[in-house]
Design a protein around this ligand. Structure first.
Ligand SMILES: Cc1cc2nc3c(=O)[nH]c(=O)nc-3n(C[C@H](O)[C@H](O)[C@H](O)COP(=O)(O)O)c2cc1C
Length: 269
């Protein structure tokens, strides 16, 4: 089955049992907004030692390969644009075909910022809301045709606004195949992949964690849709994919799951 448009239907794909949803006694623990974190990863969380220590409990130690990885500084985000949020809402559509031109690094940087960028350096607040400001999500970029970026897989390092290259080469075909061969995806110059660690949120919110993480994914996706629209780009929220195949492609550590793919490109005029 090769869905090509809004009439896509769920391909027959494997989906593993939910991972890491704890059975907390009271569930809602700690309340909201007492403290904000900037991320889950050691080295990205200046001055937030307790959260770094928590991170060590739920995420495996980073590998040597990661510490030697290539880092690309991203241009600063713009906080004004050509169109009002109401116009972006009115124009937003799922876009599955694009112009052939590559994306600029500035455009990709702006999309990543809309997805998870830090918007308040004082308290680590981000562009998308997060239950308890725990920020369990990660954003990966599968770059195929982005000016200034070698084709490959990159992880968005939120705190320092960098891309970390975690794999080189052309990965788009495998991403499309992992999404049930939705072949329109194979023409996107780039794709964002949203992943997350449910156990991170479960430490405070127990059995509600999976619901919260999925809600956060929805907020991230809408931000990306609206930012793409404002930039003359287009995306589609892809939820139909084989979890294991995407996790393998991204080399996700145990406990980190893929939740959404957002192929993106320039809208045809
Ligand atoms: C949770 C979710 C999963 C989706 N997964 C896919 C998908 O796998 N493939 C696809 O082509 N579109 C997917 N879509 C996009 C919908 O088809 C699209 O939003 C819908 O047709 C409405 O069109 P619009 O976004 O242009 O308003 C998904 C949308 C949502 C909200």
């Amino acid at each position: 089955m090769r869905p090509t448009g809004a009439g896509w239907s769920q391909p027959a794909l494997r989906r593993p049992a939910p991972w890491g949803v704890g059975r907390g006694r009271s569930g809602w623990q700690g309340g909201y907004g007492t403290r904000k974190a900037t991320g889950r990863h050691a080295g990205e969380v200046p001055g937030l030692l307790p959260l770094v220590l928590m991170s060590a409990l739920v995420t495996p130690p980073t590998t040597g390969a990661r510490s030697r990885a290539e880092l690309i500084e991203l241009p600063p985000p713009a906080t004004d644009g050509e169109i009002a949020v109401e116009e972006a809402l009115a124009e937003r559509r799922s876009v599955r075909s694009w112009a052939r031109s590559p994306l600029a690094l500035e455009e990709v940087s702006q999309l990543l910022w809309a997805a998870q960028g830090i918007t308040d350096r004082r308290d680590g607040g981000r562009a998308a809301p997060s239950a308890g400001a725990l920020y369990p999500l990660e954003i990966y970029l599968v770059a195929t045709s982005v000016t200034g970026l070698e084709p490959g897989l990159y992880r968005y390092r939120v705190a320092r606004r960098r891309l970390e290259r975690t794999a080189a080469g052309e990965l788009r075909r495998r991403l499309t195949a992992a999404a049930g061969d939705q072949d329109w995806m194979d023409r996107a110059p780039a794709a964002l992949v949203v992943t997350g660690v449910v156990a991170w949120t479960a430490k405070r919110y127990g059995p509600w964690a999976r619901r919260y993480v999925l809600m956060e994914v929805g907020a991230v996706a809408e931000n990306v849709y609206l930012q793409a629209t404002a930039l003359g780009l287009g995306t589609t929220f892809v939820g139909a994919f084989d979890d294991e195949a995407v996790a393998e492609l991204l080399a996700l550590p145990a406990g980190e799951e893929p939740f959404a793919i957002l192929p993106v490109g320039r809208r045809r005029r």
